[in-house]
Design a protein around this ligand. Structure first.
Ligand code: PBG
Length: 333
């Protein structure tokens, strides 16, 4: 029996009677500062290129990326996560464009920092998949398998060049074992003690990343199942979490969000560092597509999906709707 007994006067609906009452007793409230905008910037284009499977999302030119960053600041968004897309001809086996101090991602970091200064937390994806001709997140061994330790050396280099370019936070997303430790050591060794690490801690081999592959012109033909987690596993996330924290992660992340809210909750119950949830491309595409058909109320569903992540324990949320939602929130809608 509940602590309330069976008293006929116990009526939860009393706290739902008016908008003011519901607002007052609301347990979770979204805030612009906890939203992070993922953004794509592509080398060698003069106009932004729309991503067809993500209506409203584009591959930015360096100029339009600056504008998007300025708009994010204006809306009160908390951070921006940058993904760089090199020219096709620059892709190679080791993803060398990813560590070129003058590569697209490094230039974009400098552009955005010069635009927003410290008004936005500037973050960068620390992974090789946008830069390799095979599309994997690491380098391959002579049998075509992703070589964990050889990849770590590439990540260390990548961390240094991104930090030199002025990034506030790096986001190692390749799911290599030991990546957080190697990135931390590389940053510290180069005098970048203040650059923080948002670790992609529980990242699943998810089909919800589908539209992202178009967004980054991915060259991948196989899958990432030897490094990203099996969607069937939840407990394993706690193992990944323990390792990332021991290796020096400042923030941890669960990705995707919606199909993994249970994992988010478990992680939230375990740690005392900020937790990110990444509402990924497929989650965005599903809602936009259904809304375009008139099957879902777009804005309410967007808000509900973000509130769900928050209720499950997210402290920050990466979402392609970050600026739009932040604007609505700051207008009090
Ligand atoms: C890897 C990376 C991916 C995403 C973010 N970082 C793709 C992947 O792991 O296949 C997916 C994000 C999304 O789907 O929105 N660099």
């Amino acid at each position: 029996m509940s602590v309330y007994g069976n008293h006929p006067g116990t009526r939860p609906r009393r706290l739902r009677t008016t908008p003011a009452m519901r607002r007052m007793v609301s347990e979770h409230r979204l805030h612009p500062a906890e939203l992070i905008l993922p953004a794509f910037v592509r080398d060698g284009i003069s106009e932004p290129v729309p991503v067809s499977s993500m209506p409203g999302v584009v591959q930015h030119t360096r100029d339009t990326l600056r504008k998007a960053a300025a708009e994010a600041v204006e809306a009160g968004v908390g951070g921006i996560m940058l993904f760089g897309l090199p020219e096709e001809a620059e892709k190679d086996g080791t993803g060398s464009a990813g560590t070129d101090p003058d590569g697209i991602l490094q230039r974009a970091i400098r552009d955005v920092r010069s635009e927003v200064g410290d008004d936005l937390v500037v973050m960068s994806d620390l992974c090789l998949d946008e830069f390799t001709d095979h599309g994997h997140c690491g380098v391959l061994d002579d049998r075509g398998r992703v070589d964990n330790d050889a990849t770590l050396e590439r990540y260390a280099e990548m961390a240094r060049v991104q930090a030199d370019a002025g990034v506030h936070t790096v986001g190692p997303s390749g799911m290599m074992d030991g990546q957080v430790r190697v990135v931390r050591e590389a940053l510290d060794g180069a005098g970048h003690q203040d650059v923080s690490i948002l670790a992609y801690t529980a990242k699943y081999a998810s089909a919800f990343f589908g539209p992202f592959r178009e967004a980054v012109n991915s060259s991948l033909s196989g899958d990432r199942k030897t490094y990203q987690q099996d969607p069937a596993n939840a407990r394993e996330s706690l193992r990944e979490l323990a390792l990332d924290l021991a290796e020096g992660a400042d923030m941890v992340m669960v990705k995707p969000a919606l199909p993994y809210l249970d994992v988010l909750r478990r992680v939230a119950d375990t740690v005392d560092v900020p937790i990110g949830a990444y509402q990924v491309s497929g989650e965005y595409a599903m809602i936009e597509a259904a809304a375009a058909n008139g099957w879902l109320e777009r804005e309410r569903v967007i808000e509900e999906s973000l509130t769900g992540a928050k209720r499950a324990g997210a402290s920050v949320i990466l979402t392609y709707w970050a600026t739009e939602v932040a604007l609505r929130l700051s207008r009090g809608e």
